[in-house]
Design a protein around this ligand. Structure first.
Ligand code: KIV
Length: 287
């Protein structure tokens, strides 16, 4: 059954919400079949699939391309499209238009964007356009230059209080949930207790309403290098498996053991006699 925004709100106190990134059709199928509640088409796509160093260079058009691939799988999971850098930083009108493109053109169910106070007007306007918004606080990768890198946030009482205030703000203006990334577990726990909407943690400990991981990290499909973040749990090592398969394929091609009979088409109505005739014909045509 399709997961909806009200269903995610109902799951706040279950503390069992599962969210996973997906960027293409087969992955969306697998994530949905596994019963994951939310698919995030994250801008992490820039790094883990497109090979960029950070998330700052991915565009609306690139994100739309991948959100469309995911929604084509018609997953039961709620599909949240991540708004890329500069798609909501200019004017409120432009932000609403871009959010609406994810819904109208790509079939997403909701959007996610990073930031608190600074994004208040934009978030309110998008929600006014009937588009559900997931917030994102803490380590917000699009602010990496302001933050001086990917650093755990909220490590002083002042910063933790500021984070809490921003979380309360996102709750009060109507976000249906928020990602808490790279914050001390205790800070995420306090925020989760104080607000009414679900918190989805990544590097935020277990006392939140749910968890999210990047699919490629989970399956061990590295892009350039594996990211060394403490919060990543690798459930398999697909990169090694893929390289192993490719090496075996190369050996099979070199040894002519692929394709075997099993992977080749039989002669059908062709006989050695009529093939001989056919070859003669071809020789005539080509001479
Ligand atoms: O882009 C992304 O994958 C994300 C998650 C890490 C929350 O924003």
């Amino acid at each position: 059954m399709k997961i909806t925004v009200p269903k995610i709100l109902d799951l706040k106190n279950s503390r069992q919400i599962s969210m996973m990134t997906a960027y293409d059709f087969p992955t969306a199928n697998a994530v949905s079949e596994a019963g994951i509640d939310i698919i995030l088409v994250g801008d992490s796509l820039a790094q883990v699939v497109l090979g960029h160093d950070d998330t700052l260079s991915i565009t609306m058009d690139e994100m739309l391309h991948h959100v469309k691939a995911v929604t084509r799988a018609q997953p039961d999971s709620l599909v949240v499209a991540d708004m890329p850098y500069m798609s909501y930083h200019n004017t409120v009108e432009e932000a609403v238009r871009n959010a609406a493109r994810f819904i109208q053109e790509a079939g997403a169910d909701a959007v996610k964007l990073e930031g608190g106070n600074k994004r208040k007007d934009v978030i309110e306007a998008i929600i006014n356009a009937e588009i559900p918004v997931m917030g994102h606080l803490g380590l917000t990768p699009q602010s990496k230059n302001i933050m001086g890198g990917y650093k755990v946030q909220g490590k002083t009482l002042d910063r933790a209080t500021q984070l809490l205030e921003e979380a309360v703000l996102l709750d009060s203006i109507g976000c249906f949930s928020m990602v808490l990334e790279g914050v001390p577990s205790v800070v995420a726990e306090v925020i989760t207790e104080k607000i009414t909407i679900p918190t989805i943690g990544i590097g935020a400990g277990v006392d939140v309403s749910g968890q999210v991981l990047v699919f490629n990290d989970l399956i061990g499909m590295k892009s350039k290098e594996y990211i060394d973040a403490k919060f990543v749990k690798r459930y398999s090592d697909q990169y090694d498996e893929v390289v192993k398969s490719l090496k075996q394929y190369k050996v099979d091609v070199e040894n002519k053991t692929f394709p075997s009979e099993e992977h080749s088409y039989g002669a059908g109505k062709l006989t050695s006699e009529n093939i001989k005739e056919w070859k003669k014909e071809i020789k005539k045509i080509l001479s």
